[in-house]
Design a protein around this ligand. Structure first.
Ligand SMILES: [Zn+2]
Length: 56
């Protein structure tokens, strides 16, 4: 379990749980489904993912 630099995605192939938030935890089940080449660095001015919050 580790924090990672914040990332988000703009790819329309992901549902809102993945796309409408940013992720910053490498164990996030939503973030892990985002392919590396779909990840954009930074928060994208989005709220933090609930799953990342739960993981700490
Ligand atoms: Zn997340």
């Amino acid at each position: 379990m580790a924090k990672v630099d914040a990332y988000h995605t703009n790819s329309p192939e992901y549902p809102p749980t993945h796309r409408n938030v940013y992720h910053d935890h490498d164990d996030c089940k939503y973030g892990r489904e985002i392919k590396l080449w779909h990840r954009v660095p930074g928060t994208g001015n989005r709220p933090r993912c609930d799953e990342c919050i739960a993981l700490g």
